[in-house]
Structure formats: structure tokens, C-alpha cells
Design a binder for this molecule. Structure first.
Ligand code: FPP
Length: 252
């Protein structure tokens, strides 16, 4: 209990001024976590939701401005139908159940991805949550659902090309900031730190443009076991790195 309480404060070995502004997570290993316990895969996803909720609170407690979680990729439709249906229902239920709490905690919720393909009832919950929390000024919580980085870049290209075609944008005016404005993540700063659980060293089509200079931290821990202590370790590792953004390191 005491240890848990202590972790509500920024741990003393972390520097407040060197906290990442934006953390992104690939929540991998739910299925394997469940299988190791002889449980159905969906139990891993259920536990995964609790872990995500705690991480969101932890980010808020430790002064991180934004958290983005990869909940469902464009490739995840290839999973067994029952699992896909379970996940869609889970997202919907979690949104409905947690909205009041998110409002109380001043969380701003956003979704990125191609939402048109999601079940109508889920889209309604998404619209409700996004609309209700738009005014909130606390942590920005982005959920990537039916998200693919390549698909996001393609849709940005299409909308820029359409603007050029109808004469509202000149070809020579296309720059990084115009491009970013056409991404789903418009208005959200790029992630400083990507955490991937369960040991895989891949980006898996997640935030391809935005991750250009993100620090990547991979842990063997399965997502359902990723707790504040593990997050603390990830942040310590992050703060020990020298971020150069392609330039020469600055000696402080
Ligand atoms: C990857 O583990 C996890 C997912 C594809 C789903 C993650 C979703 C949640 C934790 C729910 C989030 C809820 C909201 C509302 C945002 P895996 O199934 O690929 O695990 P495996 O690699 O062990 O098979």
C-alpha cells in the first residue's frame, strides 16, 4: 500500500523537466499472458484494459501531457471473428462505463484510425466520448482503433492532392506542417517515447510519420503485467538517453 501511494508522486530518481510530453504504447502480449494461465485470450484483453487505465492515471500523476494506445490495427481484422467481436464490444463497454470518470478526471479522449469500418454502436460511443471530453484540459488520451500508419499517410496524401486539384493549395506550399495537419493526429505533439511490451522489436505500422524521433523502449513483460514500477523503469531508461534529433549532442 505504502509503495503504491509513493508511486503516485513522481519517483525521486526521475527528473520532472525531462519527462516525455507524449508516451505511445503498443500493448502486446495479452493473448500469451492469458494462455500461460490457461485462460481464454479475451481474459488478457480484459486485464489489459485495467492496465491501460492505470497507466493513464500514472501519466497524469507524473505530469505527462499525452498518452496514445494502439488498441486495434488495420491488420487485427485477420484475427478469429469471436476475438474481433469481443474487442469491439469491449471498447464500447469500456467507453460507456468510463466516460463519467474521464470527465471527472478532465481527460480529453480522441480516436485515430479509419473509424468508418467500426460497428455503428461503437462509433456512437466514440462520438459521444470525443464530443463530451473535447472541452477537457487534462491529459490527452488517444486511442488508435482500426489504425494503420501507411493508411493514415495515404489518406493525408489524398486530401492534400484533392486540395491541390481544386486550387485551394499550391504544390510548392506543401511542407511538413501542412502534411501533419492532414494526419489523424493533427494537433497532438509527436510521441517522445514508444513503449512496446512482450519483447517484439517492431513498430507494426504504428504512427509511422510521428515516430520519426521517438525513443523506443521494449520490455519482455506482457502488457497485462505492465505496472507503474515497470513504467518507472521505462522512464528511467528514457531519461538516461541523449536525444539528438539528428544533430550533435549538446553538452550541458
Ligand atoms: C495485443 O495483444 C492487444 C490487442 C490487440 C488489444 C489491446 C486492447 C486493449 C488492451 C483494450 C483497450 C481498450 C480501450 C477502450 C482502448 P495480443 O492479443 O496480440 O497478444 P499476443 O501477442 O500474446 O497474442
Amino acid at each position: 500500500m505504502a509503495a503504491k501511494q509513493l508511486l503516485q508522486e513522481i519517483p525521486t530518481d526521475l527528473l520532472r523537466e525531462r519527462m516525455p510530453r507524449h508516451v505511445a504504447v503498443i500493448m502486446d502480449g495479452n493473448g500469451r499472458w492469458a494462455k500461460r494461465r490457461a485462460m481464454p485470450r479475451i481474459m488478457g484483453h480484459r486485464k489489459g484494459v485495467d492496465v491501460l487505465k492505470d497507466l493513464l492515471r500514472c501519466c497524469r500523476d507524473w505530469g505527462i501531457e499525452a498518452l496514445t494506445a494502439y488498441a486495434f490495427s488495420t491488420e487485427n481484422w485477420g484475427r478469429p471473428t469471436e476475438e474481433v467481436e469481443f474487442l469491439m464490444t469491449l471498447f464500447e463497454r469500456v467507453l460507456r462505463k468510463e466516460l463519467r470518470e474521464m470527465m471527472k478526471e478532465n481527460v480529453q479522449i480522441r480516436f485515430v484510425g479509419n473509424l468508418e469500418m467500426l460497428p455503428d454502436s461503437l462509433r456512437e460511443e466514440i462520438d459521444r466520448a470525443v464530443e463530451a471530453t473535447r472541452v477537457n484540459t487534462g491529459i490527452r488520451f488517444t486511442i488508435a482503433t482500426n489504425y494503420g500508419g501507411r493508411q493514415e499517410i495515404l489518406q493525408a496524401c489524398r486530401s492534400i492532392a484533392a486540395a491541390v486539384k481544386d486550387g485551394t493549395l499550391a504544390l510548392e506550399d506543401i511542407d511538413e506542417s501542412i502534411f501533419e495537419r492532414n494526419l489523424y493526429t493533427n494537433g497532438i505533439c509527436d510521441p517522445d517515447l514508444l513503449i512496446r511490451t512482450s519483447g517484439e522489436m517492431r513498430i507494426s505500422n504504428f504512427l509511422l510519420w510521428q515516430m520519426a524521433y521517438a525513443e523506443i523502449y521494449v520490455t519482455d513483460t506482457m502488457w497485462p503485467d505492465f505496472d507503474r514500477a515497470q513504467f518507472h523503469t521505462a522512464l528511467r531508461d528514457y531519461q538516461s538517453r541523449e536525444r539528438r534529433f539528428g544533430k550533435v549532442g549538446i553538452q550541458l
